[in-house]
Structure formats: structure tokens, C-alpha cells
Ligand binder design. Structure first.
Ligand code: AGP
Length: 612
């Protein structure tokens, strides 16, 4: 989604903002732009469609775009096509003010009509230009930028993270947020404003996460944060605890591949310090629930989108199996607009890697409004979802840059497994079983490492699927959500149509699609329902379908039913998804790479979906 980077200080802004925008490329965008005020107090705007490199090429020689103040933006189109005119920054009618905006101004139409009737002319189709012009409208009356921004924001419905500059004062950036992340970076005699710390981490690790309805007035010597009612807000400075290597590819060709290979460590980080061997249970202090409150939970609702929804579905299998508590898994976008039943004793978990997904955030607020305690499972510390939930668990996966989520999925599942063990031990699970789960969880990172050694073999299978146009993924029980996740990975980055199905459901329709051109990827591990899935594979084989199987190490019989077998180590049933998903991630990665596609930034997708 859209990204914001701004700078004010003593250094040249242009390379700082351009470099920052490049760090945000992973979020997905289709155009980019920069506004600076040069030493002659002249506001200059540069915009380009496409990649940031195009914007860089369009800039004049360095001395002509030297400036100590500037704001930049990467745009992911919502209102209006990705064109130069629609790209940010947008300007006010007086052409003195430039604005970059993340989010959506829902009431932009009536505001635009009013401005048009008072003589304003619009050049773009965007809602953001309306905000720029509205700020300009108020600025012309008072020549006070902070005041003008606040007056405009009071009229606006929707979400925003904005940064604004005005050529009348080349020593001021005004920024504000509501429902869209915005962070102030504090350097030595310089300040940064950004929607994502990745953009500024090479310059500073001291940041302030702005809250909704806060406005920050920044100058090279300092800043002041106020709310829309002009009350001064006390700011808390946080320290970023990771460094630049976390957001660099190193020797890997793509971030996605790096992140797949990081999973032995990221899974371990998700359970590090949480295994209580003495009591054969799990410590999850962040839940902020007493033992009695944990015992009182009689229903769980998990809310999420996309890959996080798939991990939630794995969570359902785990929690119901270990703790015998009924779990419902809801799409956030559906939950927020229906009339959900949230009886007493229900705990809601929202799962979000980014912690900023608009649908999940709205569902969280809806659940809280209905009196539910809402807990979060998130990756990004300080994200909006992490802050608005009543407690929760960080997955500690580290930065995930590839748009296609990989390590966040396995880390979310690791946390959900621990939740299942914890709730199980509070209820029916014996210490003997608790101990067994803990011991087996500790073995998972080494087992993931073992699977990663099959990378070359999986690549050779990918070579045979490069020209496929469709694929079916099959799984049963706890591996059904893994089949959904495998299909999503393939769709997202290779643009091959893929569907995930519970294996037995295939005969109720999708079997009509099976022929020699249809690859069927099946997870058929040695578990209680192994025989059942073998029967399903026989049905595919009888129709000449090409079967690629993820099987348990040592299962020789499976070879009779498959064209290719990817063996993975055995583990107890509820932990299987942590292993079975790895070959599917690698398969999707290699197919997309062999097709020559932009693996880390697939078309039309954004890393965090901050619009409805
Ligand atoms: C996963 O590969 C996708 N990029 C997408 O489905 C993602 O999981 C979804 O948008 C939810 O994001 P979140 O976890 O940041 O809330």
C-alpha cells in the first residue's frame, strides 16, 4: 500500500527520501513522487508512474534538487488510475502547499463539490487532492499551516496518514494520522516522518508512533504533538530493536526466498522463552489473563485475512483438539459487516502480520464494541492492532518484506499451537501430553532445516509446472488450511490459478477439472486419515491427473500413487502444518521465479492492506 517518507534537517533531502521510498517498495505501489522546497523557497514536485527508479531518472541534476526539506510518496491506486497526474504529492490551488496521503477520504465528493463551487480547479481523480486543496483553502485565510491542517481534518471522514509542506515556510513539516500508521523519526538536528520504520532505520532508531487524531508540527530544532483540539500530547520515544540487515536480501535472490530459509530461526523465536518445562505448559504473559480467566473461556473467535486467516484455521484444529474449546474462524471483512454473536465467555483473537490491515482493525473495534475481550497475534511491534487489543502475543518473526507471507505464517501457527497447549493444560491435557508437545515443538526448527535441503529437488518439480495454467491443492484435517495456503502462495506470485480443497470434497465437483494437464499437489502425511487421502489420490490417478505429494519420510507406498514425492520428517499431528507448508512455499517461489516474475512485489498486491 501507499508509503510516506519525509525529511527535515541539515542534509540534502532528495537522496534520503528516494532511498527511504525504495525501502518501502515491498509494500506494493504503482507510482511515486517527491516534493521539495529549494534554497530559493521554491516548491518543486516530481512524479512518475511505475518504479522509483523512473522517478529518480526524472529528477534534474543533484544541485537543482538540493533541499533540506521534502516529502515523498509511493502510491497504490484506489481513486483513479496509476498515472503521473494521480500520483502524490498533490498541491493546493495556490500551488504553495504539497501533501502526501495514505488512506481514503470517504467524503471527498461533497468536499470536492464545495471547493469547485468556490473556484478551485482539480487536476487529478484522487481523494487526496481534495485534502490538499482543502488545507490550501484554510491556509489562504490564516497563513497558519498547522491550523489549516486541523481545520481540514475536522471536516474529513475516512483514514489518513499525511505529511504537508508549504513553500512559505521551508522549515516546517506538518504530519497527522487517523487509522493509517505514521511514525516520527528523531535524529540529531533532523527529523523523519514515515509510514514504516524500514524507510528510516538507517538514519535513526528513535521513533514516536503517532496516535489517531494527533498532529505533529516539525521544524529542524524540534517538534510538538497536539491533538485536533490543540491540547499538547506527551510523546513516548520508542527504540527500534532490529537493524538494517533484517531488511536486506543478503545473498538471496529474493526476500521471499530469504524469509522461507529464515523459518528455522523465526519459528524458534516464536517459542523462545515461552516453554515452561517444569509444568509442561506454555507462558504467554502478554495475554493479560489470569488462570481463572483462561479457564473460563468457553468459545474462541479468530478473525483475520488472507494467510493470517489460514493460520487461524490451523489454530481452530489445534485448539479444538488440545483444549476442547469451540473455535470459529472469521474473515475480518465479513465479521465487520454482519451482526456477529459475541456471548459472554467468548475471547476474540485477531491475527495480523502487519498489525495494520484495515478490515482486521475494523473487526477488532466491532468485537470490542460488543463487549468482547480482543487479543492480538501480530508481528509488528507498536502497530495499530497491537496497540488497540486488550493483550496478545507477538510472533517475533522479524521483518517480512516479501509480499507473499511465509515466515509470518509459520510463526503465527507456532503461537497458536502454544495457545492450544496452554488452554489444553488449563483443561483436559495431561502433563505427559503437554511434555510431549513441548519436546516435539523444540524439534521443529531442525526438521524445517532438513526440508529446506530439498530446495533443489523442489525447484526441479517447479520446472515441470512453469507452463501450467491451473493447479489443485488437497489436504485433510489440519493440512486442509495448508492446502489453502499453498494455493494462495501460487496464485499470488505466479499468477497461476490454484484452488485448495479438503481432499474428500474433490469428488463433489472439482474432480471434473482433473486431466493429464492438471497438477494436483496433495499433502498426504502418515496420520489417522492417511488411508482416506490415499483413496482420494487414487481417484485423481484414475483420471490421469499428475500428482505431487508431500509425504512422511519412509512412506514408500505413496510412490505408487504419485509422479513426484517430497518427503518431510514426521511429527505429531497438530505440528504438521509447520513442516508441510515449507515445500509449498518453495514450490510457489520457484515457479514464479522461473516464470520471470517479480516475486517480492507481485502485481496488484500490497504488503499491508490498509484500505477496505
Ligand atoms: C499473504 O501472502 C498475503 N499477502 C495476504 O493474504 C495477507 O496475509 C493478508 O493481507 C493479511 O495481512 P496481515 O496478516 O498483515 O493482516
Amino acid at each position: 500500500m501507499c508509503g510516506i517518507v519525509g525529511y527535515i534537517g541539515t542534509r540534502n533531502t532528495t537522496p534520503i527520501v528516494i532511498e527511504g521510498l525504495k525501502r518501502l517498495e515491498y509494500r506494493g505501489y504503482d507510482s511515486a513522487g517527491l516534493a521539495i522546497i529549494d534554497n530559493n523557497n521554491q516548491l518543486s514536485i516530481y512524479k512518475q508512474k511505475g518504479k522509483i527508479i523512473e522517478l529518480e531518472r526524472a529528477l534534474p541534476e543533484p544541485e537543482k534538487c538540493f533541499s533540506n526539506i521534502g516529502i515523498g510518496h509511493t502510491r497504490w491506486a484506489t481513486h483513479g488510475e496509476p498515472t503521473v497526474v494521480n500520483a502524490h504529492p498533490h498541491t493546493s490551488y495556490c500551488k504553495k502547499i504539497a501533501l502526501v496521503h495514505n488512506g481514503i477520504i470517504e467524503n471527498y465528493k461533497p468536499l470536492k463539490e464545495k471547493l469547485i463551487s468556490s473556484g478551485h480547479i482539480f487536476v487529478s481523480e484522487t481523494d487526496s487532492e481534495v485534502l490538499a486543496q482543502l488545507i490550501g483553502y484554510f491556509y489562504e485565510k490564516t497563513e497558519d499551516l498547522v491550523r489549516a491542517v486541523k481545520q481540514a481534518l475536522k471536516l474529513v471522514q475516512g483514514t489518513y496518514g499525511i505529511a504537508v509542506i508549504c513553500q512559505d515556510n521551508p522549515r516546517q513539516i506538518v504530519a497527522a494520522r487517523k487509522g493509517s500508521p505514521l511514525i516520527l523519526g528523531i535524529g540529531d538536528d533532523e527529523f523523519f516522518i514515515t509510514s514504516d520504520v524500514s524507510a528510516i532505520i538507517i538514519h535513526t532508531k528513535r521513533v514516536i508512533y503517532l496516535h489517531d487524531d494527533e498532529v505533529v508540527d516539525i521544524n529542524p530544532a524540534g517538534f510538538i504533538i497536539t491533538n485536533l483540539e490543540n491540547e499538547v500530547v506527551e510523546a513516548k520515544i520508542s527504540k527500534i530493536d532490529w537493524d538494517i540487515s533484517a531488511i536486506e536480501k543478503g545473498s538471496y535472490k529474493h526476500f521471499m526466498l530469504k524469509e522461507i530459509f529464515e523459518q528455522p530461526e523465526s519459528i524458534e523465536n516464536a517459542f523462545r522463552g515461552r516453554l515452561n518445562h517444569k509444568l509442561s505448559t506454555i507462558r504467554l504473559g502478554g495475554l493479560n489473563l489470569s488462570s481463572q480467566e483462561l479457564r473460563n473461556i468457553n468459545r474462541i473467535v479468530i478473525i483475520a485475512c488472507g494467510t493470517s486467516w489460514h493460520s487461524g484455521l490451523v489454530g481452530k484444529y489445534v485448539i479444538e483438539s488440545l483444549a476442547r474449546i469451540p473455535v470459529e474462524v472469521e474473515y475480518a471483512s465479513e465479521f465487520r459487516y454482519r451482526n456477529p454473536i459475541v456471548p459472554t465467555g467468548t475471547i476474540v483473537f485477531v491475527i495480523s502480520q502487519s498489525g495494520e490491515t484495515a478490515d482486521t482493525l475494523a473487526a477488532l473495534r466491532e468485537a470490542q464494541a460488543r463487549g468482547a475481550k480482543v487479543l492480538g497475534i501480530t508481528n509488528v511491534v507498536g502497530s495499530t492492532i497491537a496497540r488497540e487489543t486488550d493483550g496478545g502475543v507477538y510472533i517475533h518473526a522479524g521483518s517480512e518484506i516479501g509480499v507473499a507471507s511465509t515466515k509470518a505464517f509459520t510463526s503465527q501457527v507456532t503461537v497458536l499451537i502454544q495457545l492450544g497447549i496452554l488452554l489444553g493444560r488449563m483443561n483436559h491435557l495431561s502433563p505427559v501430553y503437554g511434555k510431549k508437545f513441548l519436546q516435539e515443538l523444540k524439534q521443529i526448527p531442525a526438521k524445517v532445516n532438513e526440508i529446506l535441503k530439498s530446495n533443489d529437488y523442489i525447484k526441479s518439480i517447479a520446472e515441470t509446472m512453469v507452463n501450467s495454467t491451473n493447479a489443485i491443492y488437497l489436504g485433510r484435517g489440519i493440512n486442509f488450511p495448508v492446502a489453502l495456503e499453498g494455493a494462495l502462495k501460487l496464485k499470488e506470485i505466479s499468477y497461476i490459478h490454484a484452488e485448495g480443497y479438503p481432499a474428500a470434497e474433490m469428488k463433489h465437483g472439482p474432480i471434473a477439472l482433473i486431466d493429464e494437464n492438471m497438477p494436483v499437489i496433495a499433502i498426504a502425511l502418515k496420520d489417522e486419515i492417511h488411508e482416506k487421502i490415499i483413496s482420494n489420490l487414487q481417484e485423481v490417478k484414475a483420471r490421469k491427473g499428475r500428482i505431487i505429494v508431500i509425504a512422511s519420510k519412509g512412506d514408500e507406498v505413496i510412490k505408487d500413487f504419485s509422479s513426484e514425492v517430497i518427503y518431510i520428517p514426521e511429527t505429531i499431528d497438530v505440528l504438521q502444518p509447520l513442516l508441510s507448508v515449507i515445500p509449498l512455499q518453495l514450490l510457489a517461489y520457484h515457479i514464479a521465479d522461473l516464470r520471470g516474475l517479480d516475486v517480492d512485489q507481485p502485481r496488484n498486491l500490497a504488503k499491508s492492506v490498509t484500505v477496505e
